[in-house]
Design a protein around this ligand. Structure first.
Ligand SMILES: Nc1ncnc2c1ncn2[C@@H]1O[C@H](COP(=O)(O)OP(=O)(O)OP(=O)(O)O)[C@@H](O)[C@H]1O
Length: 259
């Protein structure tokens, strides 16, 4: 029996506006992402990365084609897909623990279970000492770790991450990359991760999806044939540099269709 891809883009197109104002944000995207795979998405600004992810998340509707998750057409957001944006989107009036518990409350989990599950993920991201702190007391990296704990806690089988580490300093970013991979090695969730950072794209992924703009489209898929677990030695290896250079070339030296 053929395995169903976790995420299946079937000729997905997205047009904003109508008539002379119509703008093709995404043109006929065909892509399969396997269960447990980490895919990173890179490409110039406006190439449709967020649009593609929002369609998987059920936050935007495709104009043509369809997106399937676990073989079922996406009709809207759902607890099977956790979304993490660059802007942490925490509730400022709730503590770290209550922010993480929020989605569990919506799922109707009893208080005790809610609390223990939230604390498990708060500990996982290293925020146990800040469980009762408000977001304003946290650094950017800590807020993002809280947002990650909140997304993980509802136990989605797909993580959709839109430049989640984009606003963070280089060191925090590297730490969160390692934490993401460490967590992934235990639960093997499917991850779709948008980034502008080519090193980050290669370090995290099984495959890097390179997109192009005007119109937004899939340009190239680059396999990252590097072993897991990834570490500093891999980051500094000639093999890493070679793949990184290929991705860089694909993103920055290609012209748009119209050019
Ligand atoms: N609601 C909207 N109405 C009109 N145009 C939109 C809308 N949302 C996105 N677009 C346009 O669609 C194109 C693709 O946007 P999208 O945000 O998916 O790109 P992106 O690759 O994620 O860009 P970035 O790297 O800058 O975040 C852009 O040109 C954008 O201006």
């Amino acid at each position: 029996m053929a395995t169903i891809p976790k995420i299946h883009f079937d000729n997905v197109g997205k047009i904003f506006g109508t008539g002379p104002n119509a703008f093709i944000a995404l043109e006929k995207l065909n892509l399969d992402i396997a269960d447990g795979e980490i895919v990173t998405v890179v490409g110039p600004s406006g190439c449709g990365k967020s649009t593609a992810m929002n369609i998987v998340a059920g936050l935007q509707e495709a104009t043509s084609g369809q997106c399937l998750v676990d073989g079922k057409a996406v009709r809207g957001p759902g607890p099977d897909r956790g979304v993490i944006f660059q802007q942490y989107a925490l509730f400022p009036w709730l503590t770290v623990r209550r922010n993480v518990e929020f989605g569990l409350k919506l799922q109707g989990l009893p208080v005790a279970e809610r609390r223990s599950r939230a604390m498990h993920y708060i500990e996982l991201v290293g925020l146990a000492d800040f469980a009762d702190a408000l977001p304003k007391m946290l650094s950017g990296g800590m807020k993002q770790r809280c947002a990650i704990a909140r997304a993980y806690a509802v136990n989605p089988s797909v993580l959709l991450m839109d430049e989640p580490f984009g606003a963070l300093d280089a060191l925090t970013r590297v730490r969160l990359q390692d934490q993401l991979l460490d967590t992934w090695s235990r639960d093997r969730r499917t991850v779709m991760f948008i980034t502008h950072d080519v090193d980050e794209a290669v370090y995290l992924a099984h495959r890097v999806i390179v997109m192009a703009a005007r119109p937004g489209r899939l340009q190239e898929i680059i396999e990252v044939d590097l072993p897991f677990p990834r570490n500093e030695d891999i980051r500094l290896s000639p093999e890493f540099t070679e793949i990184r250079n290929r991705v860089w070339h694909a993103v920055y030296t290609r012209k748009s269709k119209a050019a």
